[in-house]
Structures are given as C-alpha cells and as structure tokens.
Write a protein that binds this ligand. Structure first.
Ligand code: ZN
Length: 235
C-alpha cells in the first residue's frame, strides 16, 4: 500500500531521452498550469493525482485564471497536443479565446489514408476539384477564410486544357469539426506559428519549478501539503 494515499500513478516523458521508452511511470501528482505567455508569468494552476489527463482540466484551469485575474482578457489560448480535442477548442471559443492548439497528425482510415485526404490536407487546407491544396487568401471580419485553387493550376487543368485552373474557390467557416482541422487562425499561417512558439514560456516555468523549487522531487505527502508547495512556488 503506497504511503501517500492522495497520489496516483501517472506517465511522464522519460528523463533519459536516449532510452527506447518515451514514457516512464511515476507515483505522485501532476501540476496543471496556465501562464501568461507574453510575460512568462504563471497565472493559476491545479494539482491533481498523476493519472488525471491534461485536456479535461481546461475548463477548470480557465475558470481559475478568471477567478484570480478577473481583469485579464486573453486573446489566445495556447496549448500542446493534450488540448487538441474539438471540445477543448470549443470551450475556448465560447469564452472569446482563439485556440492556438497543436494538432496531432490526422488519423488514418482503414485504407491507410489520412482522415482528411481528398477534402483537407494534413495541415488543414481544403483541396480544390483538381485535388490540389488551395491557396489561402485571407479572412473576413466574421473570421471566415477564403481559399481558391492555386493560380499555377491543378490536375484538372492538365486534363482540361482551356482553363489555367479549375476556378474552385470556397469560404470556410471554422466551426465544429473545422475548428480542429483549419482553426480560427489557420494552423499553416506564420502568425499561428509565431504565437504557438510563445508556449515555451510555460516550459521555462516548469523547468524553474523543478530546478529551483524541487517540484519534481517527492518531499511532501498528501494533497494539501503538495498543493501548498506548488502555490508557494508559483508566487
Ligand atoms: Zn484546382
């Protein structure tokens, strides 16, 4: 029977990156944290037993930030793949936050094709009638995205010689599934990349938490003591 009854078993990235195993098991807690990516300041966090997943904590985490910093109106919500689900993105959108969340590679179907093949490319571009990824022209005030067949022409043009391209053009509204596939700020834009890179701020916080505050060592037992250690570290 483990000494600390509040904790549980969880996975973390192996310390030794060269080892074949990517994950290692540990017994303890996990800190779910939200920070200000611009200033690199931690804002709020939740301590849970190590088996709690990251994604499901998003509503609670967002509410905690709101409660502690009611004057903050975050424009973007940056998250790694753990927050990739459509539900999490919708939660951010419902609170006026543009999700900048890493997308896992689309799943393959039983024929081995990527899930969006034929309709959307893996990076979220629709494809035209000739099967070519379309060009992104921009977005309007309602955040609808305009795409059209690349001017250089597509497969259809090579078959039908009188036209330079298939003239395919489309507006896409990033709602529902398209929130995940394309996004409010499309994942293939330089702007998306620029904002996503700011996520490293939280990694810096975690690193200093481990090195300066020894958050990765199990020195305390019980949820109350561990939570207090984490709160003091955040301060
Ligand atoms: Zn085309």
């Amino acid at each position: 029977m483990p000494a600390d009854q509040d904790a549980s078993w969880g996975h973390r990235t192996a310390k030794n990156q060269s080892s074949a195993k990517k994950d290692e098991l540990f017994y303890g807690y996990k800190v779910h944290e939200a920070g200000d990516a611009y200033y690199g300041v931690p804002l709020a966090g939740i301590v849970l037993p190590a088996n709690a997943g990251d994604g499901p904590q998003l509503p609670q985490l967002r509410a905690a930030v709101r409660r502690l910093h009611p004057w903050l109106t975050p424009q973007y919500g940056i998250g790694d793949k753990a927050y990739a689900g459509q539900e999490r993105r919708q939660h951010l959108v419902d609170h006026g936050i543009v999700p900048i969340v890493a997308a896992p590679r689309p799943r393959k179907d039983d024929k081995g094709r990527r899930l969006y093949d034929g309709i959307y490319t893996a990076d979220g571009r629709p494809t035209c009638l000739g099967g070519e990824p379309v060009e992104y022209l921009g977005s309007d005030l309602e955040r609808r995205h305009r795409f059209r067949c690349p001017g250089s022409g597509c497969e259809l043009q090579r078959k039908v010689h009188w036209s330079a391209c298939c003239d395919y053009a489309v507006w896409e509204k990033p709602a529902g599934k398209l929130l995940r596939i394309i996004g409010i700020l499309p994942g293939f834009t330089a702007e998306w990349q620029r904002i996503y890179r700011m996520r490293t701020a939280i990694e810096r916080y975690f690193r200093s938490g481990k090195h300066s505050r020894l958050l990765n060592r199990r020195q305390r037992q019980g949820m109350a003591k561990v939570s207090r250690h984490v709160r003091m570290s955040r301060l």
